[in-house]
Design a protein around this ligand. Sequence first.
Ligand code: NAP
Length: 313
Amino acid sequence: MAAIILDGNKIAGEIRAEVTSEVKAMTTAGVRPGLAVVLVGHNPASEVYVRGKVKSSGEVGIYSEQHTPPETVSTEELLELVADLNRRDEIDGILIQLPLPAHVDAKKVLLAVDPAKDVDGFHPMNVGFLSTQRPGLVPCTPAGIMEILKRSQIPIAGQEAVVIGRSDIVGKPTAMLLINGNATVTVCHSKTRDLPEVCRRADILIAAIGRAGMVTREFVKPGATVIDVGVNQVTDRAEFERLFAGNAKREETFRTRGSTLVGDVHPHVAEVAGALTPVPGGVGPLTIAMLMANTVLAAKLRRGGLVAELSRA
Ligand code: NAP
């Protein structure tokens, strides 16, 4: 039986609608959440992401502003910009679009962001809050994965979950959220032995690897839920054939654009899994929706609780 396709666009739409009404109520009460996005230089992919974030902010009613220092900006200049954004009360969320140029000390810049405004959830203080189950800001993609599972009524407590990938941005925080949700969690990476066998234990399999269609049918227990975080561009014809042979719609896209997007999960997994997120249209839309939700949460926590939580910590 073919897997149920978990529609990320639909779930993200529900979250955006909830955020919109919260923002409306907060704005009426005199607190309009505000997001500042810092985009250094002219990385085309980053420019597309930032455009999406700014557009989405406008749609849900969040105030947003963009700061676009040149590629030549120094670490000190960025630190000054971050300090200024930290000071401004109307800014609830600060997002530093990565990657930063190689000469910039990215870790130092990220560490300078006020943890209470760290809507990406990358600051060690928020990482600590997540691992100790305190209120804080959780990275957007992992938070979005949990929303997909919960809103699709997929049980988490007591389930075997396997996360492939241990990045600070996706793999580790996703594993932590699943542990907090009472799943039994295994984290895999490039040194894991017998990866397909380990993955076959999973009731919930999360693939956050960055390798086109690496997770094939033999990684998947029949009926498992598979969340595909990967976003990979396929441009090679042989690779395309390995993934999409016989798929007329994809063939059309590949022929006209010379490329197509694929996740870390091979499309054939849909024949084995119980539920599966598509690429595109799965986890991706949740990432921006959760950024909006995090900005609202930051506005609330900063006024109501996180500041006290931070000073107690
Ligand atoms: P990353 O920092 O490159 O981490 C990749 C992880 O995969 C690492 O832990 C690595 O292991 C592991 N890995 C690599 N090759 C492997 C193999 N052959 N077997 C087992 N594990 C392997 O990537 P990331 O930032 O977590 O992102 C992962 C993917 O998600 C990428 O495709 C990215 O584009 C996508 N992504 C999507 C969204 C979204 O909104 N949809 C957001 C963020 C990221 P080691 O630690 O041993 O090197």
